[in-house]
Design a protein around this ligand. Structure first.
Ligand code: SAM
Ligand code: SF4
Ligand code: SF4
Length: 348
């Protein structure tokens, strides 16, 4: 049974948004820089060495992140996920993790990383109170892996990251794979074979039209249903029940070798259950992954606003939220609404 949230926190939760969705999750991007250049996120042509990322003083510092996290938790958030850019590039990240883990009311504290730096940090992160880890891995073929990281990542690094996470006691990792037709989709069964029977959960993510620079084309999206058919033909699958706020469709291998998930955000949007807010590294609140603009909370923090004023602002923004981009994708794209904030800026 889930522990009940403290009464004071329950009583003051944010009103639901305009479509009746509660505020339950916060993704915090701690940095916009990355040591990879995945073509679907931060293509090398657009972000060469020397690109002007945020400067340290433009990013929220740990006091500011913790303070905002407390505000969100007081409004009903129970899950925090740290992301980026590459979150392990943020100096002293375990210090931040410890501060967030100490917030009363946080039930789940997770991190998404490309894994390149994980062996160095996984033990301090665990000791600081990190509960769950998601690693990104797009192929088990060394050459394809390299290409999908923009020539910056090596398969051996992600394998070392998985081994280090296992040794640190993370027995059930989530492994995210973005699928692009003609780029990595032919290696999908090898990836499934790598994780069957390991206790880790591989999740295939449909290639999304996040940001403006990844040259998204609909014909590069491989529908999750097609992937499930291809995998099921090899290793029979049966569906697992889905809870309303979950993004992934989950299937279990009939032979007991674990499960596999599909995040079909293009072909089967799940906006109806979307309870997530996102905080960018420079302190903007985004109410949708595809938002065109954020709300500047850093300005309020640095102007000396009280916690009560921050709470009122965030609750007001959330209560007006009507985002459901993925459900309206075709209509909005046809109308020329193509400008969204970049994924590495607000986190996945
Ligand atoms: N750098 C970390 C990583 O790659 O795990 C964390 C940030 S990254 C933006 C978070 C997740 O977003 C990754 O799993 C990545 O594969 C996914 N992602 C990035 N761009 C995407 C796109 N265009 N479509 C689908 N998923 C994407
Ligand atoms: Fe970096 Fe993650 Fe984006 Fe790849 S997906 S470029 S690792 S932020
Ligand atoms: Fe949530 Fe926006 Fe994604 Fe819909 S498109 S699920 S509202 S983040």
């Amino acid at each position: 049974m889930k522990p009940e949230a403290p009464r004071a926190l329950q009583a003051s939760a944010s009103p639901p948004d305009a479509l009746g969705r509660v505020l339950a999750d916060l993704r915090i991007s701690v940095i916009d820089r990355c040591n990879f250049r995945c073509p679907y996120c931060m293509p090398d042509e657009t972000y060469p060495a020397g690109h002007a990322f945020l400067r340290a003083r433009e990013r929220l510092d740990f006091d500011e992140i913790e303070r905002l996290a407390r505000v969100f938790v007081s409004l009903g958030v129970r899950k925090l996920r740290l992301t980026g850019g590459e979150p392990l590039l943020r100096r002293d990240l375990p210090v931040l993790v410890a501060r967030l883990a100490a917030i009363e009311g946080v039930e789940d504290l997770a991190l998404t990383t490309n894994g390149a730096l994980l062996p160095r940090y996984v033990v301090p992160l665990r000791d600081a109170g990190l509960q769950r880890l998601t690693l990104s891995m797009d192929s088990v073929d060394a050459e394809v892996f390299r290409r999908m990281s923009g020539g910056r990542g090596e398969l051996a690094q992600i394998e070392a990251a998985i081994a280090a996470a296992e040794a640190a006691g993370f027995a059930r990792l989530k492994i995210n794979c973005v699928v692009m037709r003609g780029v990595n989709d032919d290696g999908l069964l090898d990836l499934v074979a790598r994780f069957r029977g390991t206790g880790h959960v591989l999740r295939f993510i449909e290639y999304m039209d996040v940001g403006t620079v990844n040259g998204w084309r609909g014909d590069r999206v491989v529908p999750g249903a097609e992937l499930a058919r291809r995998i099921g033909a090899h290793w029979p699958l049966e569906p697992l029940p889905r809870d309303a706020a979950a993004t992934a469709r989950r299937w279990r291998f009939r032979d007991g070798a674990g499960e596999v998930g599909f995040i079909n955000s293009v072909t089967e949007p799940f906006c109806g259950g979307c309870t997530r807010a996102r905080l960018s590294a420079d302190g903007k609140l985004y109410t949708c992954l595809f938002a065109r603009a954020g709300h500047d909370l850093r300005a309020l923090l640095r102007a000396g606003e009280s916690d009560a004023a921050l709470r009122a602002t965030v609750a007001g923004i959330w209560s007006h939220r009507g985002d459901r981009y993925s459900e309206r994708r075709a209509e909005l794209r046809a109308a020329g609404v193509l400008e969204h904030v970049e994924m590495f800026a607000i986190g996945g």
